[in-house]
Design a protein around this ligand. Sequence first.
Ligand SMILES: [Cu+2]
Length: 397
Amino acid sequence: MIPKILRGTGLTALAVGLLAFLTGCAADAELDTLNPQGPSARSIDNLFDPVFYVAVLVFIFVFAGTFIIWWRFRDDHDNEEFPHQFHGDTRLELAWTIVPTLILVVISVSTLVTLRGLNETEANAVTIDVDGAATQWEPEVVVVGQQWWWEFRYYLNGLDGVDLTDARHLPPADIVTANQMVIPAGEEIELAITSRDVIHSFWIPALNGKKDAAPGRVHPWKLEADGPGVYFGQCTEFCGLSHSRMRMQVVAVTPDDFSAWVVEQLQPAGEPEAAAAQRGMEIYQSQCARCHVVDGFNDGSGADLVANAAPNLTHLMSRTTYAGGIFNMYEPNGSLDRTQLEAWLRDSPAEKPAYAEGRRGMPAMGLDEGQIDDMVAYLTTLGRAPALDIIAATEVE
Ligand SMILES: [Cu+2]
């Protein structure tokens, strides 16, 4: 027998509450904020946990009090007398003024201390071994948000003198990637976050907190991964049509792997050998180079969108996801996911909604099937696939 209080609205409320609770359950949640794997995320979690438990205590206290009052002073119908009235209680009033004040003071002070710590950056230079010559790099990555993907720019000589005020005309960088940021594990990475269009927000829940990417502004931020691994993120400021398809990943690797990655990314693209790939390169020249950049081939000057505002394709194959991190480049066995790539080249707005006519996202290019084959042949010459374990760890659904 269901108690009276749980019938009707009560039952509905309980069911809705339970459903909401269950939606929060996942065995392997990529965007879990409660499983920090870097110092910034950990300091946020260290603040969140106690505040949460205090909130639970307050909740229990307030609801228990409400319940007791409701029960004790209920009208039980057979008592005609008005309940006993009283007014004022100095001890109670002092208690419920002082205790919440103390709680709030403790919470605000610890919040301020945490915020201060999060905004302090002190990255140490990392040594990158470029062809036997050691280079010192102060780990800084410029993060550019735009509808609806992320660009990561690495200036290996540091950001001094690099003018970031207009994200639509950034100075050429040594390495430019999209949607996957590769970093050395165990090192603090400074971020300079900006946007080419509207406000976005950069957040890798396991590594750091949210920071807006705002056009015309450069927001300093940082992240660090305790160890090698793949950490997922998602734009967290609603930014239009494909906001939900604006994802990113941080791939933290060992210092040696990082050096190797840098050396590889510094290579410009070469001339392809196969005839199909050469035909693809010609199509690239006539149709794609007006937006995209392939280092060693075209530099994006005179780009049709705003300069460099389409993903740099020089090392496309070294990225395991594309188009805002929503498609896999590879099958789990490491072979190219050709069907998906062809679908993208056939009609990208059908794969990922975009206001193409408003110069956002990639427009449908109207290639025929032969051209698509040639294009795939060319694209697969651009960069090298990463190791199978990275392919597996970065796989998206
Ligand atoms: Cu966004």
